[in-house]
Design a protein around this ligand. Structure first.
Ligand SMILES: [Zn+2]
Length: 261
């Protein structure tokens, strides 16, 4: 059953007439920021490369912001020049490496954490290497410094293969645990592996989230399945330029941010 989240939505209505169509939201997907040569899933960007990417944004008059900020700006019609910055899995290097750089470049970001694996490691990646995840203190530190803390589920499960109970727990309990931990609203969800279907979207909406990030959700694209662009160590200024141009060309979002199916 569709839930009309536009009613009573603190970000305001999502639909309505606009003078001209807005550009599609551009959201970068990061994972880990640290030095490593062992990176089979290409989820790690070095602090040096990350800083160059933030500098690239600034040179082009763009500003990296959290998803909550990006969506608020979209609703207010002030999204021009903003780029969403997201960090999946909540690696401990978010506070150790990324946070200081984000602050230096006056950016905010959203970190999607796993409250069922606090202080643990990325045990879901069979090839490793093992990377430590943020614990309670790290998550609170990220929130204190102005970063948006949002949910990636409890234990990094593919929700399209989860039974009803598991799906509900991953989506609801993770939100509740984070609410208790950071003491304010937890607006966002991010589907592990970018794996999303109609059932997962419905569960995320029912749990009270206000948006959700995917990777390449195709026809499910909308407020509860936002596409993102992977950004990694190989992304030099030229490649970023190309990715941004391609994104604008590939995504044909309507002027308002659709609720999705
Ligand atoms: Zn993940």
């Amino acid at each position: 059953m569709p839930v009309d989240t536009a009613v009573g939505d603190p970000w305001g209505p999502l639909t309505g007439s606009r003078p001209r169509p807005a550009a599609p939201l551009w959201v970068a997907m990061y994972h880990s920021v640290t030095h490593t040569t062992d990176d089979p899933y290409r989820i790690t960007v070095s602090p040096r490369r990350f800083e160059r990417q933030l500098r690239w944004l600034r040179r082009r008059g763009l500003k990296g912001v959290s998803m909550a900020e990006l969506i608020r700006a979209r609703t207010a019609g002030t999204v021009q020049g903003l780029v969403g910055l997201t960090f999946d899995d909540g690696y401990a290097d978010f506070t150790a490496e990324a946070l200081a750089l984000l602050r230096r470049y006056e950016c905010t970001a959203t970190v999607f954490v796993l409250p069922g694996l606090l202080g643990s490691t990325n045990e879901w990646d069979p090839l490793g290497p093992r990377k430590p995840l943020l614990d309670e203190r790290g998550i609170q530190q990220a929130a204190t410094w102005g970063m948006e803390v949002a949910s990636h589920g409890l234990r990094h499960l593919d929700l399209t293969h989860a039974d009803e109970d598991t799906l509900r727990r991953e989506v609801h309990e993770s939100r509740q645990l984070l609410l208790d931990l950071v003491g304010h609203d937890v607006a966002g969800f991010c589907y592990p592996y970018g794996a999303v279907d109609l059932r997962a979207v419905a569960a995320v909406r029912a749990a009270g989230y206000q948006y959700a990030c995917a990777i390449d959700p195709g026809p499910l694209t909308g407020r509860y399945a936002l596409p993102r662009v992977h950004v990694g160590e190989r992304d030099t200024a030229w490649r970023l330029h190309l990715k941004r141009a391609l994104h604008r060309w590939r995504r044909h979002e309507p002027a308002d941010l659709p609720e999705g199916p």
